[in-house]
Design a protein around this ligand. Structure first.
Ligand code: SF4
Length: 239
């Protein structure tokens, strides 16, 4: 509390996050004797980040791997992402991007030239349900997916996060399989639900969006989903 220059660190200890404009060096973390306070996130440049990735080039050559830009949402910083992609390509790195698809179309089109693989989330096809569940319309997401399917279909893998009560009902999954089939995309990857994000909400002082009591899907649940997708003609994997 004494070290905090903005008065954001208060008794408890608690943080008034509206007043924490992280000071130079985040002094509250450096004076915490037990290392209980940490800062997440670093300021990086394109050059030093790509330099870090390129250190593993030998492994990539053996494994066929490369660099995956994820998040959060990498298209939240589109100019930085594009610069990273161009720099990665210059070093002959295979490039993948995990995206929710809610991206500015201009940035998506420009970056697509330097992306080898889009891992593209499709959560809910019905527009009203998507708005209610995520707080955003899915029109932009679906139009970006259509553009990719038209221009670079071989680079696109649709991913479906199976969120209990939101995305995992068989009606929604059937609609996703039909959409993927209509667009002529090669395959769907299913991502079973896990509660790892709950602890992250607590760490940043926010209420978790999902209760931690939500059970993970069983093997039988996943097989039921795979059957629905297979019946719709969409080959799928669980990742
Ligand atoms: S990082 Fe810590 S010390 Fe710096 S302003 Fe925020 S709460 Fe205060």
């Amino acid at each position: 509390m004494e070290a905090c220059p903005t008065g954001a660190a208060t008794a408890g200890p608690t943080f008034d996050r509206a007043h924490c404009d992280p000071c130079e060096g985040s002094v509250c973390t450096s004076c915490c004797p037990e290392g209980a306070l940490t800062r997440t996130g670093l300021t990086r440049t394109v050059e030093d980040l790509v330099e870090d990735v390129a250190r593993d080039t030998r492994f990539f050559e053996n494994s066929g791997g490369g660099v995956t830009f994820s998040g959060g949402e990498p298209f939240f910083q589109p100019r930085f992402l594009e610069a990273l992609l161009v720099a990665s390509r210059a070093r002959r790195l295979h490039t993948a991007v995990e995206t929710c698809g809610y991206a500015p179309p201009d940035a998506l089109h420009a970056c697509s030239k330097s992306i080898d693989l889009f891992l593209f989330d499709v959560k809910i096809v019905d527009a009203k349900r998507h708005q209610e569940a995520t707080g955003r319309d899915n029109a932009l997401i679906l139009s970006n997916l259509r553009w990719l399917a038209e221009h670079v279909p071989e680079k696109v893998v649709v991913r479906v996060p199976l969120i209990p009560g939101f995305t995992d009902d068989l009606g929604n999954l059937d609609a996703i399989a039909k959409l993927v089939g209509t667009l002529g995309l090669p395959r769907i990857e299913l991502q079973p639900y896990h509660p790892f994000g709950v602890a992250k909400y607590a760490a940043i002082g926010r209420a978790a969006a999902m209760p931690d009591s939500v059970p993970m899907q069983t093997e039988a649940d996943l097989q039921a989903v795979i059957s629905v997708l297979a019946a719709s003609g969409a080959p799928c994997d669980v990742v």
